[in-house]
Design a protein around this ligand. Structure first.
Ligand code: SF4
Length: 294
């Protein structure tokens, strides 16, 4: 699905502006900050002015719309990869303008992924209502964030009527049980963490991915596993050529300490994201939610 984006779960990414403030542990290794602040110096991260992107970027959706009309399909557009669309520190007019572009490009399905789902109802309403071709999603990296963000997402879903609702469990930093909340979720994306600038990726216990996959099998939600991250499972008898870093992770999310050899212990080796790939026990999980043809 990724044509103009390196992200497996979207074809395009669109950034009406850049810049954001960190709000949760999933932000520790913010890719956008590493790229646009630390590397290119285009915007200052945190409580600083956001930077609106130029006319060329704002014209992209219209090009993609014309292409989608020719192809007769409905490509996904992730908005925004370098910001948070429901950031309340941005000029509200920018969000109104972005929503207007979305309404004028109805073949595109906009994925509005946020770490601030508590803002969706208020900010969408202030921007003239959620465009009907937008889906809403929230990042949940552990149970604590799931218990805060998913109820807020579901509450918004019943008010703003998105194409569908989804969660991104990336980087997955602990086990998550979505319980009955999953019945309101059409799509679950999972992924491990990757190194960003000076931030070193934390390992994900493979059972955390599998457990979410099983929850999707039961509920019928589409399951998409993007990547394993920098780490993969390791056993001492595998050896360790090159003396790569090793860490130990407990399936129940409890802290590992030396001498704790419980059955949920998984040792992980840091091999890099290319080597660890995106298969789970040899299978690629690549599902997408269904959207109505126009
Ligand atoms: S919400 Fe997203 S863009 Fe904003 S700081 Fe966190 S990871 Fe970065």
């Amino acid at each position: 699905m990724a044509e103009n984006s390196g992200i497996s779960w979207t074809r395009h990414t669109w950034n009406p502006w850049m810049g954001c403030t960190k709000v949760s542990p999933a932000c520790d290794g913010c890719y956008a900050e590493a790229l646009m602040d630390k590397r290119y110096g285009k915007v200052q991260w945190g409580n600083a002015p956001r930077v609106r992107t130029g006319a060329h970027t704002w014209n992209d959706p219209f090009r993609w719309q014309r292409q989608a009309e020719r192809d007769g399909d409905r490509p996904f557009v992730f908005c925004a990869s370098l910001a948070d669309i429901f950031d309340n520190q941005v000029d509200p007019q920018w969000r109104s303008d972005a929503f207007e572009v979305m309404r004028k490009t109805p073949r595109l399905v906009y994925l509005l992924l946020t770490k601030r789902p508590q803002n969706i109802i208020k900010l969408a309403s202030a921007a003239g209502g959620l465009p009907s071709n937008a889906a809403i999603g929230t990042t949940i990296e552990d149970q604590k964030r799931a218990d805060i963000n998913v109820p807020a997402l579901i509450a918004a879903k019943h008010i703003v009527r998105p194409e569908f609702a989804f969660v991104s469990c990336e980087p997955l930093l602990g086990p998550i049980n979505l319980r009955e909340m999953i019945l309101d979720i059409e799509w679950v994306i999972t992924g491990g963490e990757t190194d960003q600038g000076g931030h070193l990726a934390r390992p994900t216990h493979p059972e955390w991915f599998h457990d979410l996959r099983r929850q999707c099998v039961v509920s019928g939600a589409a399951f998409h596993h993007k990547q394993n991250g920098e780490w993969m499972p390791w056993r001492p008898l595998d050896g360790n050529p090159g003396n790569k870093p090793i860490q130990h992770v407990m399936a129940d999310g409890s802290e590992y300490y030396p001498g704790n050899y419980g059955s949920s212990l998984q040792s992980m080796i840091k091999v890099g994201k290319k080597v660890s790939g995106r298969e789970l026990r040899g299978v690629t999980y690549d599902a997408f939610p269904k959207v109505a043809p126009l």
